[in-house]
Ligand binder design. Structure first.
Ligand code: CDP
Ligand code: MG
Length: 738
């Protein structure tokens, strides 16, 4: 690596906004690629590694660390060798020396802001310290919220292990559709959304003595709303202790919000991290990741690598590419253990990322944003940061929601880099230029509340009796239009009356921990006598992992298998088909395997279905089945999702009915070649364009039947009733989604 003056800007960079660049699900293009072929710097070691497409980094700056360790490498191998016992590990955490002070501070103050580096032990230790200090004595619980499911589960498992109890007994977790707690539970980890829902049954949080709002800096929608709710509760319950714990510089802001609550700072260990930037923008960051991983593996001393990718699909692609390359290199390189981490990863796989790396080998963890602050993986020395994350975005003008890949913020980039400096001095390789970092990244990530649909949140707040949302105590208020739109949508769904009060239907909808549209669909199934079918469809839609498995080397087989499930009427019924056929085989794993169906996703769908069935019972909807009444099933779906309707226009494109946005059927859809006149979609995904995912054919007159107050007959007029010509010659590749 060349050492370059930090002030030197990356040369010849075509100045363009990242968002404007072309993008596909796996590949994001920005700037012209400099097609230089570079060889790995041969440090006299016996690697014969010739990488075809070598990227080049320049070192730009070093993130300041608190200590400068000269012999980090020795240190690292020492810790690796030593294999600390659990108890020793607990004592070695940066938070440990603060134990007594922290307990005292909690006793002295009702609200406390905790500010400490990621990995210092906040999440795993604080509840245990408070337990030791007797905060659970009168049968009250210590609660701790996490923005992410995986974090809640894995942290609970870790704490159960540290306390030598069975997970689900004294230490448990509760996440949407899964409750792993019992009567005995005194330390409870949960997602912020779960606590949100607990307010519905226990508005004063009476069963808790302490509530920790953890990872507050993540600023998820649920966490943001919890701030307002717990602040309010704290006034009524002087005995409730409130801890707001955060990893970054937001502490002052939290303190201001919570009436100048004191800030308790935990100084973490932090070694210097050298930052490297690519000389030129990278055209294909997945490929650049693979090359960088191998480059580090071949030239850098031992220490594990953490790579930040945007989602499961990308992680799998990267994993495949990397495995292929490693296989080809054979014994020329040392052992490289590749481990993925994302939110849908099954728990046995999750546990693997925490296992120590065997001597002589190197671990590479391919993770989503979850590893940015929620999960700490020890012994990471190298971080590869392509600079992107997946973000939920909502356009309040058009009412459209989409999940898109966006550049991260500077705060995020620095947080990611910091992950390399926890056990020794580290290195962070940014797959973007220093110029891009300085000029194209925002300072901070915009809080979720300001960029996503508030339908669900507003419904829950209304169900909690909070009617005046405009004056709700928000840390950062949502945009007025978004709030109004959420209210309008709930009104259109029939959840609110024209005074903005919750209706009976709305109250029933709030029972379901799902999007209001799905809630409405579930309730509408009663009228259309297809509750069993809608339950199945809802469960399948709720599994956000893929259902269909499409391995690169068996694409044709996989696609044929998928087509066998296609149902007349579209993807919703196709999903139902898959589930029903699977159920007929008595939920066989082998069947999934033979039909290219992801068994894991199906198992999850089954769990979700069970949970939803329980809730249907609570709102007293009888479970009846009419699988052949496919029009009725689709009407029930339309009753919930009438917002998501598009009409075919010229050229095989669709226009959304209300906002005339151009959208296209996703190539994976069973409707891709049919192009019915009217379609309903489950979601929009923006990759190369706005794709409708999970699409079904509907009839326009149904819209007047299920949402007469929302659609006017004139909007739905069909001037020509001719069938549109079939779309010809548009291949998957052309549509840019692989
Ligand atoms: O919350 P904070 O980021 O301050 O730290 P933590 O999550 O409590 O992590 C403290 C330590 O526990 C780290 O060294 C983690 O590696 C370890 N840990 C673990 O080994 N397994 C888990 N499932 C969670 C944490
Ligand atoms: Mg934590």
């Amino acid at each position: 690596y060349e050492e370059v003056d930090e002030r030197e800007k990356a040369p010849h960079y075509e100045q363009r906004k990242w968002e404007e660049e072309q993008m596909s699900s796996a590949v994001f293009r920005f700037g012209a690629r400099d097609a230089k072929e570079k060889r790995i710097k041969d440090e006299g070691k016996d690697y014969d590694l010739v990488l075809d497409d070598q990227i080049e980094f320049i070192q730009a700056l070093t993130l300041p660390g608190t200590k400068d360790e000269k012999d980090d490498e020795e240190k690292l191998s020492e810790t690796q060798k030593k294999r600390l016992t659990l108890e020793e590990t607990r004592r070695s955490l940066p938070i440990f020396p603060f134990k007594e002070d922290l307990i005292q501070a909690v006793k002295d103050h009702q609200v406390l802001i905790i500010d400490g580096e990621t990995g210092s032990g906040k999440t795993t230790q604080i509840p245990q310290y408070l337990y030791d200090a007797g905060f659970t004595k009168d049968k009250k619980k210590i609660g701790c919220t996490q923005p992410r499911r995986v974090a809640a589960m894995s942290v609970a498992a870790r704490v159960a292990e540290e306390m030598s109890v069975k997970l689900g007994n004294e230490v448990g977790y509760s996440i949407r559709f899964e409750d792993c707690t019992s009567e005995r539970t005194i330390i409870k980890y949960m997602t912020d959304g779960t606590l949100h829902r607990e307010f519905l049954s226990e508005p004063d949080l009476q069963s808790y003595s302490v509530m920790i709002i953890d990872e507050a800096h993540e600023r998820t929608l649920h966490t943001d709303i919890l701030f307002g709710l717990v602040k309010d509760i704290a006034r009524f319950r002087p005995d409730l202790k409130l801890l707001i714990s955060s990893a970054t510089l937001d502490a002052q802001k939290f303190s201001d919000f919570f009436d100048e609550a004191p800030i308790f700072r935990i100084r973490g260990r932090c070694f210097p991290v050298d930052i490297y930037y690519t000389k030129a923008p990278e055209a294909d960051y997945i490929d650049a990741c693979v090359v960088s991983i191998l480059q580090i593996h071949a030239t850098q001393s031992l220490g594990d690598i953490l790579v930040f990718l945007t989602g499961q699909e990308e992680i799998e692609t990267c994993q495949e590419l990397l495995q292929e390359r490693v296989r080809r290199l054979g014994s020329k390189i040392k052992e490289l253990i590749i481990l993925p981490v994302y939110s849908n990863l099954p728990s046995d796989m999750q546990a693997k990322i925490f296992l120590p790396t065997p001597p002589g080998a190197r671990k590479v963890v391919l993770a989503t944003n979850i590893a940015e602050t929620s999960l700490t993986i020890d012994n990471i020395i190298y971080v590869i940061d392509p600079g992107f994350c997946k973000q939920n975005n909502f356009n309040s003008r058009t009412g459209m929601e989409s999940l898109i890949v966006v550049p991260i913020s500077k705060a995020s980039a620095n947080q990611r880099a910091g992950r390399a400096g926890r056990v020794a001095a580290g290195k962070c390789f940014r797959l973007y230029t220093a110029w891009a970092y300085q000029h194209e990244l925002e300072e901070n990530t915009i809080p979720e509340i300001q960029r996503i649909n508030l339908g669900n949140a507003v419904l829950t707040l209304k169900a909690l009796g909070i009617n005046d949302l405009v004056h709700f105590d928000f840390l950062d208020p949502p945009p007025h239009e978004t709030l109004v739109l959420a209210l309008e949508q709930l009104y259109a769904l029939g959840a609110l009356n024209h005074h903005g009060e919750l209706t009976k239907l709305g109250r029933r909808m709030a029972e379901f921990p799902v999007d209001p549209m799905m809630g409405k669909m579930l309730l509408a199934s009663e009228k259309y006598k297809c509750s069993e079918e809608i339950l199945t469809i809802s469960a399948m839609l709720s599994v956000n992992g893929a259902i269909f498995y499409r391995p690169k080397d068996k694409i044709i087989h996989a696609d044929t298998a998928r087509k066998n499930f296609f149902a007349v009427g579209g993807d919703h019924l196709t999903l139902m088909n898959v589930y029903n056929q699977w159920a007929e085989t008595d939920f066989s794993t082998q069947w999934c395997y033979e039909n290219f169906i992801q068994h894991r996703s199906m198992k999850r769908a089954r769990d979700v279905r069970e949970q939803l069935a329980g809730l249907m019972e609570r709102v007293e909807i009888e479970l009846v089945s009419n699988p052949t009444e496919t029009a009725n099933i689709r009407k029930a779906i339309t009753a919930g999702y009438f917002y998501h309707v598009a009409r075919l226009s010229k050229g095989g494109h669709y226009k959304t009915v209300k906002h005339q946005q151009t959208v296209t059927i996703h190539p994976n859809s069973s409707m891709f070649e049919d192009l019915p006149r009217w379609v309903l979609y489950h979601e929009l995904v923006f990759t190369t364009k706005e794709f409708m995912r999970t699409v079904s054919e509907i009839e326009s007159k149904w819209l007047l039947e299920v949402a007469p107050h929302y659609y006017k007959p004139r909007e739905l007029e069909d001037s020509t009733n001719k069938k549109m010509p079939k779309q010809v010659g548009k291949s998957r590749a052309e549509l840019g989604d692989h």
